[in-house]
Design a protein around this ligand. Sequence first.
Ligand code: SF4
Length: 604
Amino acid sequence: MKPPFLKAIDFSEEDFSNSNFLLELRIHVVEECNLKCVYCLSNAPFVGDKNEGNKTKLSLDEIKNNIKQARDLGIKVVSITGSGEPLLYKNLKELIEFIKSLNLRVVLFTNGLLLSKELVRWLNEKDVNLMVKLNSFNPEINDKLVGLKGAQKVFIEKTKMLVDVGFAKDKRMALNCIICEENYQEIPELFIFCRENGIIPWIEIVTITGRAKEEMKLPKEKIEILYKKLSEIDKKQFGYEWIPDSPIVGADRRRYKFVAQIDIFGNVYHTDANITDEVGNIRNKSLHDLITSEKFIKLRSKDKHSRNFLEKENSELAEKIYKILTNKKFRAGALPPEDIKKLVLEKIERKISKNLPIKLFQFWGGCKNPNLPTDNAELCEEATLENLQRISNEVAKIYSPGLKIFVSPGDGRVQNVNKIPKEKTGKYVQTLTEIAEKYNGLFSVIPLSMLYEKYSVDFQKHLSEARKNIEKDIYNQPEFEKLALNARKNVFGSDLESEEKILEKSKEAAKDYIIYRVAEEEAKIFRDFDDCIRSFFIKYIPFYKRYIKNIDETEPRLDCSLVFYTGRKGNITQPWQAIGKRKEDEVLFLSQNRLKLEMNRVKD
Ligand code: SF4
């Protein structure tokens, strides 16, 4: 189960997939603060010490106008925040009323010191979500970090007050705590305190900017150990599962793709992690233009929140994922050559930069081998998909979006090349789809016949051209004999006929297979899967390559392929050629020959 999150910003899958621009606007309303946190990333001046220079702060009307612009860009929530302490803002209540009148949700970031009973009641009535502060149960440590003696006692009082009014019960309250050397050991205790009281633990690493000095930063390894420990506590004690990849413990980092922030002077930023790097000023440009600017998009992709913060660079993560994909337990055949490796890494990195699943395209047989006693996908296919799921699980341990696997049964091809009736391929595709549906969206079954149909005009044209070219030349090719022998394995019903007929059929099938594969590439029927790593790619295999005219015009233009073992034990790459038999917790793959042996044994 996914952990709870602050209600106002707990965006749904629908929100993420429907949003084009923003889901959340963070707006600064004051510059000064009544605390002097040593880690304050906005370097908020203490009340009375401020020095604004000549800059003009945004008026309430300007702030309202900015919120309206953001509403038109699709936001669901406004977070009222610093640079300093928002409770010092004299127009706070009017601003909250205004946001509510637009039907938007409100999050108020506050250190909590100025929360009175009356104000808490009012905030509760307005359904505001609150982010308060507590860095340590030890008063000395807490007060040192926030720069005010006695602050910890007040924090605890205010936390209790909010819990009593019902903010925690409604998931409208989070406790903000930074992680540093001083409180490192007690973070698990703070985390458990939050969970036990229904408070959202907003525990995060220090952002080194403003007053936070480099010395406050803990080594990555130490943070990793802590986050893994918190993740284990959550799983064991509270039943929540999450991957430690966001700088905010247990948070869904996809949110950061849809946040913009406006400071008190109208400068626009991606998130608070980038407040030294504005993209422009709202007084000079519309919010739409600022957030669609190249700079904003670039900052967003670089932001530590938008990618796995424990990873240094996308390329480092891509290498790790590549290692999993090419691990001997999953890989069939030799390691890909360096140029293919480069292409695979590029594809992986492109997905990482957008925090999207890495896509694989797995070619698959179009029907159960007709010599087997079933037309349906069965245990072999299930065990095979399970094996592919295992690869995805391993990837998801270090990259939460994991994999997305397209399985493409070659039904259209075997109907034509191997003369398999549509009825049989239909049964196979249908039962394979049913099995694939059990894996929570990891697999999509894309029958080849569907692609033939989708691009039928192009495909038919290239098919007849390929037939003309290939037929007149193929039998003279020295490698053809070898291909025909390979095809012999797939000439179904071969055990029923004479050797001569089988050879004739094998040659025919080998030739048709080449014709179909060449036409598939030339008609670009895989163009929709350009961003996938393919399991088998013929375009650069010399034998096929010679028949593809204008190879540079085929799409995907550059491609890469990795071939995966698909059987549970890595013992078969073609589950459609066998039927499965359970042996304790293992699935045995029985090919036609082994099946015959088994059946004979039973008869004996
Ligand atoms: S971190 Fe927040 S509470 Fe602390 S000084 Fe800065 S604005 Fe004030």
